[in-house]
Design a protein around this ligand. Sequence first.
Ligand code: FAD
Length: 424
Amino acid sequence: MQSAPTHGKIHVAVIGGGVIGVCSASWLLREGFAVTIVEPGEIANGSSFGNAGCFNPSSVVPMSMPGNITKVPGWLLDPLGPLSIRWAYLPRIAPWLLRFLQAGSRQRVEKQAAALAGLLRDSPDVYLPLVENAGALDLLRRDGHLMVYLTRADFEADAFAWQLRKRNGIDYTVLERDALWQLEPALSRDYQLGVLLPGNGHTVNPQRFVAALANAFLRNGGQIKRAKVQGFDLTGERLAGLCTDGGIVAADRAVVAAGAYSKQFATQLGDSVPLDTERGYHIIVRSPEASPGLPILDTSGKFVATPMETGLRLAGTVEFAGLEAPPDWRRARNLLKLGKRLFPGLAETYPEDRLSVWMGFRPSMPDSLPVIGYSRRTRDVVYAFGHGHIGMAAGANTGHLVTDLITGKVPRVPVEPFSPQRFG
Ligand SMILES: Cc1cc2nc3c(=O)[nH]c(=O)nc-3n(C[C@H](O)[C@H](O)[C@H](O)COP(=O)(O)OP(=O)(O)OC[C@H]3O[C@@H](n4cnc5c(N)ncnc54)[C@H](O)[C@@H]3O)c2cc1C
């Protein structure tokens, strides 16, 4: 058995080196714990690798909204639509989908939005101490975010979502036609209305961003062990370590931050959590002929176009197909078609060496709220997974909450809405 790396200190092992694991580990280390991240692959090789990079406090609007029940069947019937399902996966995902639809009542959505507002508060600024310490300010932008609509009627149809944002303290400015096109000249004139969210930010490279925080964690005395965690070494309610394919890693406390792969760990500790994955895709156009100055969410195509250091990244879509099925790269290619509609200056076709595609597994809960809290079996294990569409935006605050729970302090934001036991 390996000994804890820093004697005389409580040793915390963090399962998973994505944005949630790295942020949790970083704050825990600052709080004085001895911390080891246990990760089988490279840092940020999962969902944190290829996302749209947005740090959006405005993402308080849950995925399941009133009225979805009428829209979902149409989306599902279009194989390249914003939401798709591999029919072989339907029996597995059906209970999740049912919970998803149930989560979309007005009353529940109001509560979810309030909980998300707490979790997303001050993103991206809440990252600053970590980013400054990592010398990675060049990877962070605080230029805002634009959500665009084809027509004013489409914007008005989203009124409830905008009321939710307003009620939860999100500032925004509506821009129509010329005002919009002047702000974003690359945008197609087919888009008549945009909403500028000045408080939002983004990173120009999510993978490098998370890796930079992890490198700073190492420099500050944290450890990273390359191993796949299999389970917990428990004596009664006390944790002694993690069982991995590289032997036991000694630990007094553990954080489960294995993204879409976290359910197995909760099950081992007696918690039944409906975690599944909403697979998402991106396509990057290198040296694009047209690119926005800030991230743009196309509300009709339901994807985000983010200017990144690697090119223009078009990211989004939701595919229900579990963790095993091969990617459907047509979905990534279709994002390029949608991107061309958004930015007519893009070329009709591209040589393969100017494109790059990716698929990732969002760790998603049906009520759009992550799982943050103690395990049923032992308070030595804290869960931090299920961030769905908001893991980048919520990473730093989630790490703070994890640290509060492990130190036994009153969490700075109420964690009851994120309870692992909320599904009974
Ligand atoms: C297309 C797309 C666009 C997105 N855009 C945004 C956005 O703009 N803004 C935003 O906030 N969010 C966005 N997201 C969501 C965001 O990417 C995720 O919520 C976030 O990355 C989840 O982070 P995580 O650390 O929980 O999981 P991951 O990043 O998936 O990390 C989990 C880690 O756990 C490791 N692991 C798995 N099993 C084990 C094991 N047995 N032992 C040890 N380690 C293990 C994995 O190797 C992995 O490194 C987007 C997602 C997608 C797919």
